[in-house]
Design a binder for this molecule. Structure first.
Ligand code: ZN
Length: 135
């Protein structure tokens, strides 16, 4: 793994949270994106090398809706940039980690992504991501 690419934060109301985080960071989100297949609306903030992703559920079946129902708003996942997502998925699976998807899938912000089950990572949802175009 190369570095922490971003932290994902689950929010109830993206519009309100965008305003809140814009005040906090002193900068507006550089991207708003809906990922219909994941049932989320997202926004991305950048500070230097670090990114924060805010996620709002677009329907009640969304993993974000379920997360907020169970745990409330807050840090949802840590995303790590990887050089070769296929190789990294294979490596982690052989180490006994549980992959939530068997093939990389299209995520927000021009990334191919894969999640690891938090059961195998001390309760932390981990996202692997690789920029599309570097695959
Ligand atoms: Zn993410």
């Amino acid at each position: 793994m190369l570095k922490i690419e971003h932290l994902g934060i689950a929010v109830k109301n993206l519009e309100q949270s965008n305003q809140l985080f814009e005040k906090l960071f002193g900068a507006a989100p550089y991207k708003l994106e809906k990922v219909e297949s994941e049932g989320v609306s997202t926004s991305f903030f950048m500070m230097g090398e670090s990114k924060i992703e805010l996620l709002e559920a677009t329907n009640s079946e969304s993993p974000i809706a379920k997360f907020i129902e169970k745990k409330g708003e807050g840090i949802h996942h840590i995303a790590f940039e990887v050089k070769d997502i296929h190789a990294e998925m294979k490596r982690l699976e052989s180490e006994g980690f549980i992959l939530l998807n068997k093939e990389p899938k299209k995520g927000a912000d021009n990334k191919m992504i894969c999640f690891l089950h938090p059961k195998g990572t001390n309760g932390v949802l981990i996202e692997l991501c690789q920029e599309i175009g570097t695959l």
